[in-house]
Design a protein around this ligand. Structure first.
Ligand code: NAD
Ligand code: IPM
Ligand code: MG
Length: 362
């Protein structure tokens, strides 16, 4: 088994180092190979997703990814910007199903910006379609407006589109995931305005008939954004398109205490997956050693469970994380009175120590 390790930019390198440390202490039989991606790869090879990195990712059983991006690349032509690396990996590897579980750990109910009673015990799963929608739709570009309110002026356009099979396969993923949970799916759309999402709603409804044991409801995205902060525990599995899923998952992250707590798995039709925190490269705190590595460490646990067939090792990481939180250690983003503030490395070390202690105890 081989893991491609792609740390990327900003805090990406800091948090991936901690996840790698945790994986190593588990002493499992897999190889890890590191390659540059994003801005780091642009600096070294002139491209955010060099052929050698893509080749490594394609050949690996799983990919552990940090984050890409920095404001200093914002003026580059789009094809060379760091974000194209993660978009390219998703597209090239067909990673259409993105799982973003938002779990509020018992010890973090006070870290959320919502009232503790609203988030205590929260456990929702956002399933975001990841290779379609306005992110990848063609045509897109800039031109002189041929018509509209201001013809003859500069305009930009993107295309939102989904085909029936793309919606069918993500709907199946959502219904099957719901079967292993509380058998409820909320499909989030904007069918009241957009053709793309009327098709989405129609197809999800059709596929839902194949899962009579799963309750399906539909919600418009604006209402869903509001309900997520009003009564988040009413949701279980949420399935939605690429762009709405991007936005709603960052919103859901705050229900867990911090964006630094939200892991993710992006899977293709085989068993291959890319595992990354849901957050970005956080240039504002990069290099300070204060980023929360737990989303990345929890993504590594998802990798062991989904792609590497090591569910027990995944459990060990997750229970070590709970143990560390229970012991009162907190990075700055989840710190509150009465807890001990630690840096990225100390948090990683504490997870390693919790795993080692449990192993020694047997
Ligand atoms: N998958 C990815 O690689 C990915 C995801 C999102 C954003 N990005 C990129 O990252 C760059 C920064 O984007 P942004 O600022 O909008 O989003 P961001 O997620 O990087 O940061 C948003 C805020 O959350 C904080 N934060 C994020 N992760 C944290 C962690 N682990 N611990 C503590 N605090 C954390 C940051 O300090 C910042 O204040 C951009 O270039 C963007 O395109 C990349
Ligand atoms: C960096 C960007 C391309 C990415 C996205 O929009 O999908 C990020 O925000 C995410 O959530 O993984
Ligand atoms: Mg995002």
């Amino acid at each position: 088994m081989k893991i491609a390790v792609l740390p990327g930019d900003g805090i990406g390198t800091e948090i991936v180092a901690e996840a790698v440390k945790v994986l190593k202490v588990l002493d499992l039989k897999f190889e890890m190979e590191t390659a540059p991606v994003g801005g780091a790869a642009y600096e070294a090879h002139g491209h955010p997703l060099p052929e050698s990195t893509l080749k490594l990712a394609k050949a690996a059983d799983a990919i552990l990814f940090g984050a890409v991006g920095d404001w200093k690349y914002d003026k580059l032509e789009r094809a060379l910007r760091p974000e194209q690396a993660i978009l390219g990996l998703r597209k090239h590897l067909g990673l259409f199903a993105n799982f973003r579980p938002a779990i509020c750990y018992e010890q973090l109910t006070h870290a959320s910006s919502l009232k503790p009673e609203l988030v205590a015990g929260l456990d929702i799963l956002i399933i975001r379609e990841l290779t379609g929608d306005i992110y990848f739709g063609q045509p897109r570009g800039r031109r002189t407006a041929p018509d509209g309110h201001f013809p003859g002026t500069e305009e930009a356009f993107d295309t939102m589109r989904y085909t029936r099979p793309e919606i069918e396969r993500i709907a199946h993923v959502a219904f099957q995931a719901a079967r292993k949970r509380s058998k409820r799916v909320t499909s989030v759309d904007k069918a009241n305005v957009l053709e793309t999402f009327q098709l989405w709603k129609d197809v999800v409804t059709e596929i839902g008939r194949q899962y009579p044991d799963v309750a399906l409801d539909h919600m418009y995205v604006d209402n869903a954004a509001m309900q997520l902060v009003k009564a988040p525990k009413k949701f279980d599995v949420v399935v939605t398109g690429n762009m709405f899923g991007d936005i709603l998952s960052d919103e859901a992250a705050m229900l867990t205490g911090s964006i630094g707590m939200l892991p993710s798995a992006s899977l293709n039709a085989g068993n291959q997956g890319l595992y990354e925190p849901s957050h970005g490269s956080a240039p504002d705190i990069a290099g300070k050693g204060i980023a929360n590595p737990l989303a990345t460490i929890l993504s590594a646990a998802m990798m062991l469970r989904f792609s590497l067939n090591q569910p027990e090792a995944a459990d060990r990481i997750e229970s070590a994380v709970k143990h560390v939180l229970a012991s009162g250690l907190r990075t700055a983003d989840i710190h509150s009175d009465g807890t001990t503030r630690v840096g990225t490395r100390e948090m990683g070390d504490a997870v390693v120590a919790a795993i080692t202690k449990k192993t020694t105890k047997g």
